[in-house]
Design a protein around this ligand. Structure first.
Ligand code: SAH
Length: 247
């Protein structure tokens, strides 16, 4: 199941950190590394810090945006050095690893790591279902990127070992949540439809859309449910076109 877990590094500045993450991953049995716009890569520093894990670097995907990094992913968590005032689940590494490993039994999942200086952007956090914080010294909470990845990968390994030990009793997972791409195109449709029927005020649309995004990310709709929701939106749009006063 660890092969369905990808580690995504967003705009890493120091190539040495990329190597350190590759090594952290390999020691814990993970292999899928995705680099979004790394500042300086490939690099001899990355290879040196990866030590014997240069195979993880060799197969790392370098992509230019988050959509590409999250292709096929239906559950993503973002790691953050500080707890943020955001209405979304905030988990510790152990809880999040349990959830990630359970999801990875049937689907692609991702763990996002932010920039050394500024962490993850709001747009990146918007793509996540939960935030993960390593509960560190409150006076000094920011771990080095490679060190943070090591903690998360260790917890993933422990969760995988625990899940394997109990896999005889594992229930079949019937629910298959839609991938991020399908959810994103639904959000695009939702925004267009809510503007068209006059529900959204263009001035406040971003905060409203962010709330709606959280609602659907919590609900984890599957493809059939997305199809139904989009059908409702299309009908509402058609009705508003026939009777512009109706909205
Ligand atoms: N100044 C940045 C810190 C970035 S550290 C900030 O305040 O967000 C670089 C990355 O390492 C973070 O984006 C996160 O992915 C990871 N990281 C560092 N410390 C962490 C912690 N205590 N818990 C979870 N992730 C952490």
């Amino acid at each position: 199941m660890l092969e369905r877990i990808r580690i995504v590094l967003c705009e890493t500045s120091h190539p040495g950190n990329i190597g350190a993450v590759a090594r952290a991953m390999k020691t814990m049995g993970l292999g899928r590394l995705v680099l979004v716009n790394p500042k300086d890569y490939p690099s001899a520093d990355a290879t040196a810090r990866a030590s014997g894990a240069d195979d993880v670097l060799a197969t790392a995907e370098v992509v230019s945006n988050l959509d590409a990094a999250l292709a096929g992913v239906s559950y993503a968590v973002g790691t953050s050095a500080r707890l943020r005032r955001i209405p979304m689940p905030q988990l510790d590494p152990r809880e999040s690893a349990r959830q990630l490993v359970a999801e990875a039994a049937t689907q692609e999942v991702a763990v996002l790591f932010g920039r050394e200086r500024s962490g993850l952007s709001n747009a990146e956090i918007d793509r996540c279902h939960a935030l993960v914080n390593i509960p560190a010294n409150p006076d000094y909470q920011s771990l080095n990127l490679g060190a943070a990845a090591q903690v998360i990968c260790y917890e993933l390994r422990m969760a995988m070992l625990a899940a394997t030990a109990t896999s005889g009793t594992e229930e079949a997972v019937a629910h298959q949540p839609a991938t991020g791409e399908h959810l994103e195109s639904f959000f695009g449709h939702l925004e267009a439809a809510l503007l068209e029927i006059g529900f959204l005020d263009p001035k406040q649309s971003q905060s409203m859309l962010r709330r709606l995004r959280r609602l659907f990310q919590r609900a984890r709709p599957d493809d059939t449910e997305i199809h139904i929701l989009r059908g409702i939106l299309s009908r509402a749009q058609a009705a508003a076109r026939k009777d512009p006063e109706a909205g």
